[in-house]
Design a protein around this ligand. Structure first.
Ligand SMILES: Cc1ncc(COP(=O)(O)O)c(C=O)c1O
Length: 386
């Protein structure tokens, strides 16, 4: 079996699995807010996890807020920056390549009165900096929030997030970047990035699902969306998901270790070789974002005229699991919004499959994938499906 949907969700990282097995048997279990010694021990362990995650992410531990995942972090950033509604600063600048978790936030805040200005990307999938600068100056003094993601979940294309953040910082505009896909697969240092708010989801990194992090440059700017008992310094109530946080600390430490970062470079080479071989065999295939900086584990490939879902089914019959774009829009047989923002036509757009591999992939996996994809394309090109 080859699981190639890591951008959707990663299986438990082997180090996390090992950790959890002994953790479940040994305990301890207690409420970290209890004043008895077991509770205090839990709290100390939980705070240690915060320190580990902060160090791995280039942030101060006071800037780390444990959440249930990226969607919660996104909701909290929007809520913190955009309530109450301000008539004076009523513009949100974002892009047409954001994840649907952000798209649904726009719907809510536009009903509140905000105007959402959405940028397309260049054909490469990268935000056009000149267009970005012009948009900032066209709305000077009226911008409440800028949010442009760091790496796209469908294409893997990496955005110039630090540069965009710097431009916003110069105008004291809050800049939020959805870093869910970037962290662990490309270098990231919160403090150096100039970003005001960033988010991540544990299950994208091999930690347990149901835990995530919101990083805030100024945590005092946050407003809670869960009041609870004042946990997380009042930023996020509810008894802490301490086991989730432990798995996140283990996952981040492992993924960012020197050993795994070396493996990631190997994965990048294997991926590039795989793409080159497929293109050599089928010169009309298109690799989205081919010429720009992408996540080392993501390939979004299309054979124009062959439907992505047909390819997906062929691969699944070989026990290889890919998606046609993002997991959330997998049953929409249309060109995705992300690809439309790159001005990609339907012939290419409906043909894509997303292959998102483990950061520690080996040659054998890529060879099997290559063989199966060659077989699928060879079969399907004889009976082009639309
Ligand atoms: C870029 C991006 N942002 C946000 C999310 C939402 O993450 P979660 O569903 O874990 O909250 C995802 C998940 O696919 C994503 O890829």
């Amino acid at each position: 079996m080859i699981y190639a949907d890591y951008n959707g969700s990663a299986p438990l990282h082997p180090q996390v699995a090992t950790y959890l097995k002994q953790r479940i048997d040994k305990g301890p279990y207690a409420n970290p807010n209890a004043i008895h010694s077991l509770g205090q021990k839990m709290l100390m362990g939980f705070e240690k996890c915060r320190e580990i995650c902060a160090k791995a992410l280039g942030a101060d531990s006071t800037q780390i807020i444990f959440t249930s995942g990226a969607s919660e972090g996104i909701s909290q950033v929007f809520h913190s920056v955009l309530t109450p509604f301000s008539q004076k600063k009523n513009i949100i600048i974002s892009s047409n390549i954001e994840h649907s978790a952000i798209g649904h936030a726009w719907e809510y805040y536009s009903a509140m009165g905000y105007e959402i200005v959405l940028l397309d990307t260049k054909a490469s999938g990268v935000i056009d900096i000149e267009n970005f600068k012009n948009t900032l100056s066209a709305h000077q003094g009226k911008i409440a929030l800028v949010n442009i993601m760091a790496a796209n979940n469908e294409t893997g294309v990496i955005q110039p997030f630090s540069e965009l953040a710097k431009l916003c910082s110069a105008e004291t505009i809050p800049y939020f970047s959805d870093t869910t896909q970037l962290i662990g697969k490309s270098s990231f240092h919160f403090e150096e990035s100039n970003i005001d708010y960033a988010v991540l989801s544990g299950h994208k990194l091999g930690a347990l699902p149901g835990v995530g992090i919101l990083i805030a440059k100024d945590p005092l700017s946050l407003k809670p969306i869960i009041f609870g008992g004042g946990q997380e310094n009042g930023h996020r109530g509810g008894t802490q998901n301490y086991i989730g946080a432990e798995t996140l600390a283990v996952a981040l430490t492992s993924v960012l270790s020197e050993e795994e970062q070396t493996q990631l470079k190997i994965t990048k080479d294997l991926k590039e070789n795989f793409e080159k071989n497929i293109k050599k065999r089928f010169p009309n295939t298109v690799i989205i974002g081919e010429d720009v900086d992408r996540l080392p584990t993501t390939t979004l490939i299309s054979y124009p005229g062959i439907h992505g879902q047909a390819v997906q089914i062929e691969l699944e019959s070989e026990d290889i699991f890919v998606t046609t774009s993002s997991a959330c829009s997998d049953n929409e047989p249309e060109t995705s919004k992300v690809l439309s923002a790159m001005d990609i036509n339907d012939d290419i757009g409906r043909g894509v499959i997303r292959i998102s591999m483990d950061t520690k992939s080996d040659q054998d996996s890529y060879l099997k994938l290559e063989e199966a994809l060659i077989q699928a394309y060879s079969k399907l090109e004889k009976i082009k499906s639309y």
